[in-house]
Design a protein around this ligand. Structure first.
Ligand code: MN
Length: 204
């Protein structure tokens, strides 16, 4: 499938005359670099974290109501959402209220990741295949999240695919910060500051 086709759902939900979110039309190639990840905090109708991993030119995305935790005892529900364009990793701002996902977005964490899935005979599994199988392991090199995490799919309610994001290994006990106090890894701003600057216009 081409990148255009994979972003059809993403584009279908949004009006790019109204929202400042990227359309993904100007995606730049990113050859032989480590794939990127981003975690955004999205103060929409319900507050959540959006966890995105670069796979084959798009950002595979999950909505995580409680956010990723550094504590290996926490299993965090991760609901798959539509693929997003790569440019989305830089998006921080306010989505108009009557648009899909209306609300404020900050980039909470950003960095690269290294696929780390292996089969039973300890051979590396290509990352897209690992996701297809519903068992993906990866090492995050972010500013806040570092170390091994796993996304595992299970059959949720009404057989809807649902995933769990878990910290593997020793991890830490920090859990997840309060999304309203958390600061952007890009700009140091809180959700409230981004919202106020968008509101006030030109001081942004
Ligand atoms: Mn979201």
């Amino acid at each position: 499938m081409s990148e255009k086709d994979r972003l059809r759902t993403y584009r279908g939900k949004r009006n790019f005359h109204t929202t400042d979110e990227p359309s993904g039309d100007h995606a730049s190639a990113r050859d032989d670099e480590e794939p990127v990840f981003v975690v955004q905090i999205h103060d929409a109708s319900t507050m959540h974290f959006d966890f995105r991993l670069e796979v084959d030119g798009v950002l595979k995305s999950w909505s995580i109501p409680k956010g990723p935790s550094t504590d290996p005892h926490d299993k965090r529900l991760a609901l798959p959402t539509e693929d997003h364009p790569l440019d989305y990793r830089d998006f921080e701002g306010v989505i108009p209220e009557d648009e899909y996902g209306g609300g404020t977005v900050i980039v909470w964490d950003q960095g690269t990741y290294r696929p780390a899935s292996h089969d039973k005979r300890d051979r590396p599994v290509p990352f897209d295949e690992a996701l297809e199988n519903g068992h993906a392991t990866f090492d995050l090199h972010g500013e806040k999240l570092r170390g091994r995490y796993a996304l595992n799919r299970f059959k949720g309610r009404e057989d809807k695919p649902t995933w769990l994001l878990v910290r593997e290994g020793s991890g830490g006990s920090g859990g997840t910060p309060d999304p309203r106090r958390a600061r952007s890894a890009r700009s140091g701003r809180t959700l409230r500051q981004v919202a106020e600057e968008a509101d006030g216009g030109d001081e942004a």
